[in-house]
Design a protein around this ligand. Structure first.
Ligand SMILES: [Zn+2]
Length: 304
């Protein structure tokens, strides 16, 4: 069975993306995995630090344990999402010890997010994590550019963000960043935004983000590594599908399945009904929205 580094290379080469689903509530893990297997696709379960503190995922150990109950390595692997060096509230994070812990727990890949740091410091922090990850034989994702949405309060006008290109990952910085850090995958800012997570905003319908596909293509040629699209919920399908042909190998999806879980739970009070809602939404996302039904053999072999 290929390791996750090879699988993402396969994804980049074939244009068959790997969706990565965030699970802010532990009972979401089982229905997401069931839906991925049901669609005969390949996906990641991922967990970010903010989901342990601002939601109910517990911590890296709790997620790994629940994942272990349902794991199916032909179809799903476990990724450590956003471990920020500076978090969304401006606090310093002991990122190295969290990432070490996840590696010891058997996570199949990890992410360090130094995107709130100046370039030089982001490079240094990322280098440290790449060394840890590579010593354990797993890939490391990093982030460069400004992907908004996790900070408290309302998002600045999306139209303004998009048309100015402010915060987009810069081509020359990306080239240098990848060369100097040897990171395996890079999360880029090309018009995508994270779903809001702060009180009063997290239940709102997400802004319909667009993607600058020419900019993406240029980033892909400059870096030659699998690129990652964060904030995958709510982007019109034609942009998402086109991005898979221009360098996006992994797409993170959080808001869509979180809101499915939360609203079903609120309506019915039943965890199993909420799990069923997550199953349905995930199966729809994988099959209809992302067009990934029956792509598991392609992603494993690396050829169509
Ligand atoms: Zn993200």
């Amino acid at each position: 069975m290929p390791n996750l580094g090879v699988i993402l290379q396969n994804s980049l080469r074939t244009g068959v993306a790997v969706p990565a689903f965030n699970v802010p509530y532990l009972p979401m893990i089982e229905p997401v995995i069931r839906a991925v297997i049901d669609q005969n696709a390949f996906a990641l379960i991922e967990t970010a630090r903010l989901e342990w503190y601002k939601f109910e995922a517990g911590g890296p150990q709790e997620v790994a344990q629940e994942f272990g109950c349902w794991q199916s390595p032909d179809h799903v692997r476990l990724h450590l999402d956003h471990i920020p060096v500076i978090d969304e509230d401006g606090q310093q994070v002991d990122y190295l010890s969290i990432i070490r812990q996840a590696i010891d727990l058997g996570y199949h890949s990890v992410m360090v997010d130094g995107s709130r740091l100046p370039l030089e410091e982001n490079i240094n922090a990322t280098k440290r994590v790449v060394q840890l990850a590579h010593a354990a034989g797993i890939p490391c994702e990093a982030e460069l550019g400004v992907i908004r949405g996790h900070e408290a309060g309302p998002l600045p006008s999306y139209e303004e963000l998009f048309s100015s290109g402010a915060g987009f990952t810069k081509i020359e910085e990306a080239r240098r960043f990848v060369t100097e850090t040897s990171c395996d995958w890079l999360s880029v800012a090309i018009g995508n935004v994270h779903g809001a997570i702060s009180k009063g905003y997290k239940d709102q319908k997400k802004v319909s983000a667009r993607l600058d596909l020419n900019h993406l293509k240029a980033l892909s040629s400059a870096t030659s590594i699998p690129l990652v699209l964060h904030g995958g919920s709510g982007i019109p399908q034609e942009y998402v599908l086109a991005s898979f042909k221009k360098g996006i190998a992994k797409i993170n999806i959080a808001t869509e399945i979180r809101q499915a879980y939360e609203s079903a739970l609120e309506e019915t009070g039943s965890v199993s009904t909420a799990q069923e809602a997550v199953f349905q939404r995930t199966a729809w996302l994988v099959g209809d929205y992302l067009g990934l039904k029956d792509t598991q053999p392609i992603i494993m072999k690396g050829q169509v």
